[in-house]
Design a protein around this ligand. Structure first.
Ligand SMILES: Cc1cc2nc3c(=O)[nH]c(=O)nc-3n(C[C@H](O)[C@H](O)[C@H](O)COP(=O)(O)O)c2cc1C
Ligand SMILES: C=C(O[C@@H]1CC(C(=O)O)=C[C@@H](OP(=O)(O)O)[C@H]1O)C(=O)O
Length: 380
């Protein structure tokens, strides 16, 4: 399975083509729209999210609510296009001459030989993550058939840290305005309000889990097939992401080998089990049958309303970035993007192991393997 996206932030909209999803997978557009709504939401978002009402249009590859095996075309319209369309192709009115620190603006201008940042910022914008969430929802609907679940929630915003509890439900996560199902959510909201008043922005960390993935997804046989490298690469592609830590992560460097590694035990019935999961569910580039878990670090939003020093591309003078609407913290939105992108990469690696042209073929392959290694079969 693979996909590409196209689209800009204030142009007509966003699109994706997904290729390689087997035929016969039930695709519910309302599930896609629920994920899109969650990505738009969460405490800390700015005025743009009051304009957009993201909805997916399925253009191809689905008939009678099921995938046909052909490419799935998805489109999301930008409502803000209505406010931009008169000027969008007017070079003078759309000029953006103060490259923003923390954005693609400056290097993008050099690279593509632009005299202002407009064409850079339109495509580099995290608006693109909307269509990736739509792709992620399709992947999640496929993974559901095998009981595989990806969950992400906000672990910290700025210096306010919460807790970690394994296998929390999506309902509990999304009940919270900051998608953090712990009492610290109140302090997080206060922290966002404080930053907003001080014309500042915040970053933080997201916690993610992948549940019920059988062992052996990904491979040690070639460097680019390792599951941890593939997941990390995809998560790092999300604008603002600065790091991904599996299991104990950097903290694990302080452990000795005897404490760190998850010993393998045999119970009385001959079943293998582990008492710890410091590896985060991945050993040797493959899932090991334990839950996969990792943290993602998100930098603070670069549009700082009190301004950051930059230069003017025409006057060549030192200046501060100009005021513009912006999000204050996007941890909740990022948590939705992270779980969606994780689902896509898990679905891809899963299909590399069990792939077939139809869902039944994939189920047969999955059942054969999981029964052989002594796990439960696929859900009907
Ligand atoms: C969902 C989401 C919304 C964002 N909203 C804003 C925003 O309103 N203003 C802003 O300056 N950056 C925003 N960003 C962050 C920028 O897109 C990001 O910092 C920039 O693309 C450069 O990131 P990079 O250096 O990691 O590529 C947002 C990021 C995400 C994931
Ligand atoms: C549009 C989205 O996020 C945008 C991402 C973004 C950026 O610079 O990355 C800047 C802001 O857009 P605007 O400049 O139009 O106010 C965010 O609202 C979205 O998440 O759908």
């Amino acid at each position: 399975m693979r996909f590409l996206t196209a689209g800009e932030s204030h142009n007509k909209g966003l699109m994706a083509i997904i290729e390689g999803l087997p035929a016969g997978v039930k695709i519910d557009v309302e599930k896609i729209n629920t994920s899109l709504r969650l990505r738009q939401g969460g405490y800390g978002r700015g005025k743009r999210m009051q304009i957009e009402k993201d909805k997916a249009n399925i253009y191809s590859g689905v008939r009678n609510g099921h995938s046909t095996g052909g490419p799935i075309g998805l489109i999301i319209e930008n409502k803000d296009w209505a406010n931009y369309k008169e000027n969008y192709n007017d070079d003078k009115k759309m000029k953006y001459c103060t490259p923003r620190p923390g954005h693609a603006d400056l290097a993008g201008m050099y690279k593509y030989d632009f005299d202002n940042c407009r064409d850079v910022l339109e495509r580099a914008s995290a608006r693109e993550t909307a269509i990736r969430v739509a792709v992620g929802s399709v992947a999640e609907q496929f993974l559901e058939k095998f009981g595989i679940l990806v969950l992400s929630y906000v672990y910290s915003i700025g210096t306010i840290k919460s807790n970690i509890k394994k296998s929390i439900s999506k309902a509990e996560i999304y009940k919270s305005p900051v998608y953090c199902p712990f009492p610290q959510q109140r302090e997080m909201i206060e922290e966002i309000e404080k930053a907003k008043k001080e014309k500042e922005t915040l970053g933080g960390k997201v916690y993610t889990e992948v549940l019920n993935l059988p062992p052996g997804i990904g491979s040690y046989t070639q460097w680019d097939r390792r599951l941890d490298s593939r997941l990390a690469g995809h998560i790092m592609s999300i604008p603002s992401v600065k790091g991904v830590e599996f299991g104990l992560g950097f903290k694990g460097t302080e452990y000795r080998g005897g404490q760190f590694h998850d010993e393998i035990f045999l119970d009385k019935s001959g079943k293998l089990y582990r008492e710890t999961n410091h590896a985060g569910g991945i050993e040797g580039g493959m899932s090991n049958g334990q839950p996969i878990y990792f943290f993602t670090a998100i930098k603070p939003i670069p549009t700082v309303l009190k301004g950051l020093k930059t230069y003017h591309t025409e006057t060549k003078k030192q200046i501060k970035t100009e005021y513009q609407r912006s999000d204050t913290a996007i941890l909740p939105a990022a948590s939705v993007v992270i779980s969606s992108i994780t689902a896509v990469e898990i679905a891809k690696t899963f299909l590399e192991k069990f792939g077939g042209d139809t869902l039944s073929e994939v189920k047969n392959n999955y059942d054969y393997y999981t029964q052989k290694i002594g796990r439960i079969g696929a859900n009907e």
